[in-house]
Design a binder for this molecule. Structure first.
Ligand code: F6R
Length: 247
């Protein structure tokens, strides 16, 4: 289903409330909530609202385990552009999540170890019972996570090559496209599909064209987000700008 909100903040508060309810429900049952998280501009207000609920309403993340979708490769966790830095700044340093509950693909792993590392990442998610909810943004190439055009629907966590458009879109943070890594480690489309709930968020008119293709277009590996049409557990949460081309 597609839900359109009047603004990005209304939509983000709705998503944050869903996550907060999940966390509280799990807490009440003495269980862990397993969250699949995204970086980038899209989820920033969701994280802001979760931080607010932590500070003002006592929402605790002690029973939360997180798995981030992706990380650039190679990438030092302490670099300004790393997704580790992003997650710390926007969420993890501002809440009470235990450090050992945080999982982000390691951009420093030796290339010869990457495959085993990716399999272990996947395995760890399964051992915890799978992702309760996966947050997604969408790239202008139609990527989810860093599953660029050509990704298979059953792909797992792996090392991928970034699309030129993705690197161009990331260039501001790196001071030029040539400084954006050419590769990344990402959860696969298959990994994302195993989540019990998938929430894809998109804001603003510059996402309208790709959102239209993802929601209404023919399913194709050229636009990996179209695979989501196969899932019964996915919700597209849009603001009016991102929904503006939907029929
Ligand atoms: C980020 C990720 C990407 C982004 C997408 C949109 O972890 O996996 O798929 O969600 O590139 O980026 P923004 O939100 O910056 O428009």
């Amino acid at each position: 289903p597609v839900t359109v909100y009047p603004s990005q903040s209304d939509a983000s508060i709705h998503v944050a409330n869903r996550i907060a309810s999940l966390i509280k429900e799990k807490q009440a049952n003495g269980e862990k909530a397993v969250l699949g998280l995204a970086t980038g501009a899209t989820p920033v207000q969701v994280y802001k609202e979760l931080v607010r609920q932590h500070k003002e309403e006592g929402l605790s993340f002690k029973n939360v385990v997180t798995f981030n979708l992706d990380e650039y490769f190679p990438m030092q966790p302490t670099a300004d552009q790393s997704y580790v830095t992003f997650m710390k700044k926007n969420l993890f340093d501002l809440i009470d999540i235990p450090a050992e509950n945080i999982n982000i693909p390691d951009g420093t792993i030796d290339i010869s170890q990457v495959q085993a590392y990716c399999e272990a990442y996947e395995q760890k998610i399964s051992e915890l019972g799978g992702l309760d909810i996966q947050l997604l943004g969408i790239g202008r190439t139609g990527h989810i996570g860093f599953n660029e055009p050509g990704s298979a629907p059953n792909s797992g966590t792996r090392l991928v090559t970034l699309d030129d458009l993705t690197r161009r879109d990331a260039s501001r943070g790196f001071g030029g496209k040539e400084y954006v890594p050419t590769k990344a480690i990402t959860m696969g489309v298959g990994t994302i599909f195993k989540a019990k709930e998938i929430v894809l968020m998109a804001w603003n008119e510059n996402k309208a064209e790709i959102v239209k293709k993802a929601v209404e277009g023919e399913m194709s590996p050229e636009i990996p987000a179209t695979y989501l049409q196969l899932s019964n557990n996915v919700e597209f949460i849009l603001d009016e700008g991102a929904a503006s081309l939907l029929t």
